[in-house]
Design a protein around this ligand. Structure first.
Ligand SMILES: *[C@@H]1O[C@H](CO)[C@@H](O)[C@H](O)[C@H]1NC(C)=O
Ligand SMILES: *[C@@H]1O[C@H](CO)[C@@H](O)[C@H](O)[C@H]1NC(C)=O
Ligand SMILES: *[C@@H]1O[C@H](CO)[C@@H](O)[C@H](O)[C@H]1NC(C)=O
Length: 287
């Protein structure tokens, strides 16, 4: 999927990363509220000179995802020009895994009925860290970080492996590296929890925006299991977040598609990852 703020040219996107379908925001207007930094993690301190004051009314948020750290990323110019107060990474913030060529036949068939080799494989920790460094050294992103509060969650490719869920062995390493990338403080509780879900409250009393970032990877049961996406601990946390102190606007971000049920029409040939593939979990999310 591409970033919301786009000048039409830029982030190199992975083909299956469909436009905006994947990032899902529910806007729930909820009554009046008082402040409260939420328990999961208060926003990290900024190592920047001109960050907006945290109690300013937040009216400009930008979202982005699917950023290829090895490609040029001129999209940042447009994003910086929009001057968001908050920028939210929705996942595939880097491409941390590796893709083999499509091969239908042979000892290394990666697709089709004779597939015998996985199409994707993970990187080492050293390599993942190197890719995050590449992403962080993109000059346009550097400019954004100087003026904008950057927060985020992950999707599969920065989690470490295409379409991966809870079974992925490198997830704790990936969590540390993502949180390093996001400048999460060393002593943040988010570094100790299982998964990278988090929530933030911006703005003064009476004009607050809450941003809830889900983790759709760390606890996710296998595709087709009709199991859980968020896992028990994250569901409990989410419930507390939603029933906690009210805010004027609540934004919930998911790295995979919430509304779409596209796989119902493209399957059995091709499946997209989405909440629609976990019907029980999806109906729980709308209750
Ligand atoms: C990222 O960009 C590089 C350089 O253009 C390209 O070789 C690579 O295939 C891209 N990776 C993805 C996942 O699109
Ligand atoms: C990953 O971290 C969690 C705590 O967040 C811990 O319970 C688990 O054992 C760790 N898993 C591995 C494979 O290190
Ligand atoms: C998705 O579509 C299929 C086939 O039309 C349907 O059986 C299923 O209930 C739908 N799932 C959701 C979550 O809407």
């Amino acid at each position: 999927m591409g970033p919301l703020v786009s000048n039409g040219t830029e982030l190199t996107v992975l083909r299956h990363c469909l436009p905006l379908l994947g990032l899902l925001l529910f806007l729930c207007a909820i009554g009046k509220g008082q402040i409260q930094a939420t328990q999961a993690c208060s926003p990290p301190p900024l190592d920047v000179v001109s960050a907006p004051p945290l109690n300013a009314v937040v009216s400009r948020l930008a979202f982005g995802s699917c950023a290829n750290q090895s490609a040029r990323q001129p999209i940042w110019d447009a994003i910086v020009e929009f001057d968001p107060q908050v920028f939210i990474w929705l996942g595939d913030n880097i491409y941390g895994d590796n893709r083999r060529p499509l091969r239908l036949f042979g000892v290394e068939a990666t697709i089709g009925p004779w597939k015998n080799t996985p199409r994707f494989f993970p990187s080492t920790e050293v390599e993942l860290r190197r890719r995050y460094q590449l992403a962080k050294s993109q000059p346009g992103y550097g400019r954004l970080r100087q003026r904008t509060r950057v927060i985020g969650t992950w999707d599969d490719h920065d989690y470490g492996l295409n379409d991966a869920g809870k079974e992925f062995g490198g997830k704790n390493i990936s969590q540390r590296l993502l949180l390093d990338f996001l400048d999460e403080p060393e002593d943040s509780p988010r570094r100790k929890q299982a998964g990278v879900y988090a929530s933030y409250v911006f703005g003064p009393h009476g004009q607050q925006v809450k941003v809830i970032l889900l983790d759709t990877r760390y606890h996710r049961d296998p595709l087709s299991s009709d199991g859980t996406i968020l896992g028990k601990s994250q569901w409990e946390w989410l419930e507390k977040e939603l029933y906690g102190p009210e805010t004027e606007i609540t934004i919930i971000a998911s790295s995979i598609q919430v509304v779409s049920n596209l796989s119902a029409t493209t399957g059995p040939f091709f499946y997209m990852e989405s909440w629609g593939r976990f019907p029980k979990e999806r109906s729980a999310s709308t209750n």
